[in-house]
Design a protein around this ligand. Structure first.
Ligand SMILES: Cc1cc2nc3c(=O)[nH]c(=O)nc-3n(C[C@H](O)[C@H](O)[C@H](O)COP(=O)(O)OP(=O)(O)OC[C@H]3O[C@@H](n4cnc5c(N)ncnc54)[C@H](O)[C@@H]3O)c2cc1C
Length: 482
């Protein structure tokens, strides 16, 4: 197992793999983890300097039940299975999840009339626990809702999750189970061959018998490298506002809109970090790098959010961000095996990929078998227990036993998010250390709070630049620490 970020890639036999997965977002990392159960040589290659640095870091972080998926689609099945698999995995790996449940709020008669149809659709998707609420019960359940809410469909099981820890847990477990992770390693050319395809990067060439495209927004461009043109990815931008922790008491459930033509619409949801999120927009663009926010987009969100939860607009905004969904003009994923090429495309993973990731990975294992992979006997994965970033679970600064073992876990560096020096040090010596300050934030929450690093930024940077200290290991965090 190894993680590389710089320098030439391995050569000779060390450059030969049974399967290479390209793209270390939540989907590619889940696939690499699934493959790591078998006695195979696996590599995960990523263009960015960290895992989960694409769409996987910038979404609305809902673990969906799939109640509103188009029945009968691959997406509907994989979201339903993924919800179950990731729920169980999160408990095992320490990924924060809060099963708050969702309320789909109707604001006019047309929307109210739609709710029973949505309940029927949920039933066709295997969800029999939805329930219609009248205006009075809805007001009691969500006292801060704006005037005019007529009723809601309650969807138990919809949950909020930490998207950063999810990708990191998959990739960490994959690496600890023997997968080679090559970061800063964009695959620029593919030279198909038999028995090996050659993957050309600026750091050298890797060879692989089978190849998986998990390139997210760039899945179409990667397909073109192997001579396929099956779909085009259109980035659909979603802008979001994150409100301060003082807003958290305003909302108890995930408040979903009745879906419209452009997807799931604008929601208001608590986050596992104790904030409240409003968004996302849905804008079809041409530019796959357009992850900036716009004054117009944010103003539109505030207008819609003000109707749903008026008091939210009095709260301070901690951060704004945008993510790009990989839309392909088809209301389903674009996952396909190409046995003649020993190649699997995992494209069009639109607005549900976080939820479905583990089920997508299992599905891809089956497709790789169709392409000729004989994985051999499965073995247990190396256990992994991730540092907790969730407010609903014990954090290190409150853990007297941990602090007694290592006082640095009682020394707060980032006061807004209560991140300790011990957590930062542990992240720096973890299996996949952060490649920069943003990566460190995704592992610890440092610099992610209301001051956005104004107070702690210099100290966090100094710790990052100082790097791992002699003799330290993440093991001080506890058993199975990454
Ligand atoms: C606004 C928004 C809200 C969302 N909300 C939710 C939600 O609430 N719940 C949910 O389940 N899902 C949600 N999603 C969807 C979810 O975020 C995505 O489906 C998921 O992150 C896609 O993961 P991925 O691994 O396919 O793509 P990515 O995370 O984009 O990963 C692809 C990776 O491939 C790399 N790459 C590309 N080309 C190459 C190359 N040639 N060589 C090497 N590496 C390459 C990229 O650098 C990137 O890191 C949302 C998405 C958005 C945008």
């Amino acid at each position: 197992m190894s993680v590389t970020r710089t320098g030439p890639l391995p050569t000779g036999e060390a450059s030969e793999y049974d399967v290479v997965v390209v793209g270390a977002g939540v989907v590619g990392s889940a696939i690499a983890r699934a493959l790591a159960r078998y006695p195979l040589r696996i590599a995960l290659m990523e263009a960015a300097n960290d895992v989960g640095d694409g769409t996987s870091k910038a979404n609305t972080a809902i673990l969906h039940t799939g109640f509103d998926a188009a029945p009968g689609t691959l997406e509907a099945r994989l979201v339903r299975e993924g919800h179950r698999l990731l729920g169980a995995y999160a408990r095992e790996a320490g990924i924060p999840v809060e099963p708050l449940g969702a309320l789909l709020v109707a604001w006019d008669e047309e929307q109210r009339a739609t709710l029973p149809r949505l309940a029927e659709k949920a039933e066709r998707n295997g969800h029999r626990t939805t329930r219609l609420l009248g205006a009075t019960e809805l007001a009691a359940r969500e006292p801060h809702l704006g005037p005019g809410a007529l009723g809601a469909l309650e969807v138990p099981g919809e949950s909020v999750i930490c998207p950063w820890t999810t990708t990191l847990a998959y990739a960490t477990q994959a690496v600890r189970s023997g997968v080679d992770l090559h970061l800063n390693c964009r695959v620029e050319k593919v030279r198909p061959g038999d028995p090996y395809h050659r993957l050309v990067t600026r750091r050298g060439v890797l060879r692989t018998r089978l190849l998986v495209n998990a390139c997210g927004l760039h899945a179409d461009a990667f397909d073109a490298l192997v001579g396929r043109e099956d779909f085009t990815v259109t980035p659909r931008r979603g802008q979001l506002l994150v409100f301060d922790k003082f807003a958290r008491d305003l909302v108890r459930h995930i408040l979903l809109p009745v879906p419209g033509a452009l997807g799931k619409g604008v929601l208001i949801s608590p986050t596992v970090y104790g904030n409240v999120m409003l968004g996302p927009t849905a804008e079809d663009l041409d530019d796959k790098t357009a992850t900036g926010t716009t004054a117009e987009g944010l103003a539109g969100l505030r207008e819609q959010g003000g109707r749903i939860l008026p008091a939210l607009l009095d709260e301070e905004v901690t951060a704004v961000y945008a993510g790009l969904r990989a839309a392909t003009g088809q209301e389903d994923y674009r996952i396909a095996a190409h046995p003649a090429l020993r190649y699997v495309t995992v494209g069009g993973i639109r607005s549900t990929g976080l939820t479905a990731s583990l089920a997508i990975a299992e599905h891809v294992l089956g497709l790789l078998a169709d392409c000729g992979l004989d994985p051999g006997p499965a073995r247990p994965l190396a256990p992994v227990r991730m540092p907790n970033l969730g407010e609903a679970f014990p954090r290190p600064y409150r853990d007297a036993e941990l602090i007694a073992r290592d006082p640095e876990f009682g020394t707060i560096v980032c006061h807004c998010e209560r991140v300790t020096r011990g957590e930062i040090r542990a992240a720096l010596v973890s299996t996949i250390p952060p490649g920069g300050l943003d990566g460190l934030r995704r592992r610890t929450r440092a610099r992610g709070g209301r001051c956005q690093g104004h107070h702690c930024g210099a100290e966090v940077r100094a710790l990052f630049e100082e790097g791992p200290r002699e003799g330290r290991s993440a093991g001080r965090y506890g058993k199975g620490a990454p």
